[in-house]
Design a protein around this ligand. Structure first.
Ligand code: PMP
Length: 381
C-alpha cells in the first residue's frame, strides 16, 4: 500500500500573487515589556471586566440564534460615543462596524475598489493597505510623504488626478510615523477625489483615524468634514485608545449610502453576539477605558523629548512628531541590532518604517523606563 505519510512537497493551486508570501503580523513574543503593536498598556478594571462578563453571559444564553445582523444598537452607541469625543453627531445608520478596522477597510475595498480599479495611499504608511488591495484584486498606487512625514497637498492631489482612484486612503495620525494631517490637506484630497471619474462616480476618501483619540490639542478630527464631503469616510477602532484590541471592533462614519454599500459585501452575521455585547458594555464605560489617554499622551510627549535629547554616533537622534501612542525614532546604521539588543533585555519594539528607523509604542511609566534604560545600553546613548 502507498504510504501517504511520506513527506513530499504538497503542490497547491495558490493564487500566483500569494505564492511564497508570509502572513502579515508582528512577532508575538512572551517578553516582559511589550511595546510593539500600539496597544493600550492599561487593562480594564475589575468593574469593567464584571460588566463585560455579565453582558457576555446574557448574550451566551441566546447563542443558539444568529446575532443581530444589522446591530443598530451597537451602531447607535458608537454614534453617541463619536458625538461625545468629537462633537460631530451622526445617525446610527451612518456608522458601520466589523472585526477590527482591518475588516472595515476590507469591506470598503470590496465595495468600492476591485479589478480594474485603483487604491491610493501615501508611504511610509500602514503596511496592511497593499494587502487589502491585493486581496480585493485592486491596483495599488503609492504616493509619498515628505522627509518630515507630512503629506504635501499638491503632490497628493496630483496623484489622485493622475491615477483616478476609486478609494484614496489617508491616515491621520499616520502609522508608523505618528503624523497628523492638516485639515487643508484632507480638504484638498476630498476635493480632488470629487473630480475623479470612476464609472461616472467620484472617488471615495477614507481617513483612517485608528489613533484619532491621541491627537494633540487643537488637531481636529476629519469627522468635522463629513457634512461637507459626501465622499468622505472616517474610520476608527476600539483597539487603541479604547484599550480593547482583544475584542476586535473597528468602525466608521460616513454617508448612509456608503454604509448601505458595505452591507452588501459583509458576510452574513459577521459581528458575533459576543463581540456586540462586549463592545456595548465597553462603550458604557467609555470614560474609564479612555481614562489613560491623557496620561499616555503626556508619556508620549516626554518620550519624544527624551529621545530628542539623546545622541547616537555623534549626532542627535531623529524623532518624528507624534499625535499617536507611539514614536518613530532613528536613524541607526543597523536597526535590527538595536531591536534585537532591546529584545535581549526584555523590551519588544517594532522594526518598521523607513530604513534605519524604529517604532516604540507608549507603555506605562515603568515600561518606558525599562525601554529607555535598555536603549541607553544597546545604542550607547
Ligand atoms: N489602521 C491603522 C493605521 C493601524 O495602525 C491599525 C492597527 N495596527 C489598524 C488600522 C487596524 O487595527 P484594528 O483592526 O485592531 O482596528
Amino acid at each position: 500500500p502507498r504510504n501517504t505519510d511520506t513527506p513530499r512537497a504538497l503542490r497547491l493551486p495558490v493564487r500566483p500573487e500569494l505564492a511564497g508570501i508570509e502572513p502579515y503580523g508582528a512577532p508575538q513574543l512572551d517578553v516582559p515589556v511589550l511595546l510593539n503593536v500600539n496597544e493600550n498598556p492599561y487593562g480594564p478594571s475589575q468593574a469593567v471586566v464584571a460588566s463585560i462578563a455579565s453582558a457576555v453571559a446574557d448574550a451566551a444564553a441566546g447563542l443558539n440564534r444568529y446575532p443581530d445582523r444589522d446591530f443598530l444598537g451597537l451602531r447607535g452607541d458608537l454614534a453617541d460615543y463619536l458625538a461625545r469625543e468629537s462633537g460631530v453627531r451622526v445617525e446610527a445608520e451612518q456608522v458601520w462596524a466589523a472585526n477590527g478596522s482591518n475588516e472595515v477597510m476590507l469591506h470598503l475595498l470590496q465595495a468600492f475598489a476591485g479589478p480594474g480599479r485603483t487604491v491610493v495611499s501615501f508611504a511610509p504608511t500602514y503596511s496592511m493597505y497593499p494587502e487589502y488591495a491585493r486581496d480585493t484584486h485592486s491596483e495599488y498606487v503609492v504616493g509619498r510623504r515628505e522627509a518630515d512625514f507630512t503629506l504635501d497637498p499638491g503632490h497628493a492631489t496630483a496623484v489622485v488626478a493622475e491615477h483616478q482612484p476609486s478609494v484614496t486612503i489617508l491616515t491621520s495620525p499616520n502609522n508608523p510615523t505618528g503624523t497628523a494631517l492638516s485639515v487643508d490637506t484632507i480638504v484638498a484630497v476630498c476635493e480632488a477625489a470629487l473630480e475623479v471619474d470612476v464609472d461616472g462616480a467620484p472617488g471615495i476618501v477614507v481617513v483612517d483615524e485608528a489613533y484619532g483619540e491621541f491627537r494633540r490639542e487643537g488637531v481636529p478630527s476629519a469627522l468635522e468634514l463629513l457634512e461637507r464631503f459626501p465622499n468622505l469616510v472616517v474610520s476608527r477602532t476600539m483597539s487603541k485608545a479604547f484599550a480593547l484590541a482583544g475584542a476586535r471592533l473597528g468602525y466608521l462614519a460616513a454617508r448612509r449610502e456608503i454604509v448601505d454599500a458595505l452591507r452588501v459585501v459583509r458576510l452574513p452575521y459577521h459581528l458575533s453576539a459576543v463581540t456586540q455585547a462586549t463592545a456595548r458594555a465597553a462603550l458604557s464605560h467609555a470614560d474609564e477605558l479612555l481614562g489613560q489617554v491623557a496620561a499616555l499622551r503626556a508619556e508620549r510627549d516626554r518620550t519624544v523629548e527624551w529621545l530628542r535629547a539623546q545622541t547616537h554616533d555623534g549626532r542627535p537622534l531623529d524623532v518624528a512628531d507624534s499625535d499617536s501612542n507611539f514614536v518613530l525614532f532613528g536613524r541607526f546604521a543597523d536597526r535590527h541590532a538595536i531591536w534585537q539588543g532591546l529584545l535581549d533585555r526584555g523590551v519588544l519594539i517594532r522594526e518598521t518604517g523607513p530604513e534605519g528607523w524604529l517604532r516604540v509604542s507608549i507603555g506605562t511609566r515603568e515600561e518606558m523606563v525599562a525601554f529607555k534604560d535598555a536603549l541607553v545600553e544597546v545604542a550607547g546613548l
